[in-house]
Ligand binder design. Sequence first.
Ligand code: ZN
Length: 130
Amino acid sequence: MNGSGQCLCGAVTFEAKDIESHVHACHCSMCRRWNDGPALAASVGSVNFSGEENITRYESSEWAERGFCNKCGSNLFYFLKPDRYIMWAGLFSDQAFELDGEIFCEDKPSWYNFAGDHPRHDQMPDMPES
Ligand SMILES: [Zn+2]
C-alpha cells in the first residue's frame, strides 16, 4: 500500500510507497532507549519527505541512521544503508497495520508483553539492527 504521514508538529511530512502492512516490534536496548519502549516500524519501498531540513539524522551504527524531527522530537525512521527506510508506524495517517513479529525478545524487559500469536525471535532473523 501507499500512504502518507507526519511528525507530531507537522514540520516533517512524507509520502511512502509499498508500505509493508506487517509491522515488527523491536525490543532491542537501543530502540527502547530511543523510544521509551519498543519500536513499532514498517519497512517501505520508497519515501519522499517534505521539510527535510527539519530532519536530524543520528548515525547509530556503521550500517544505520535514525532520523527524528528537530522541531518536535518525533522519531521518524530507522535507515538501513544504503537505501532502506523503516518508518515508525505511528506516524502514518492510515493505521491499517498488523503486528506480525517481534525481534530482540532476549532484550525485552519483563514488565510488558504484546498479546497475540506471532513469531518471537530472540535476535534479528535476517539483518543487522541498532
Ligand atoms: Zn515535528
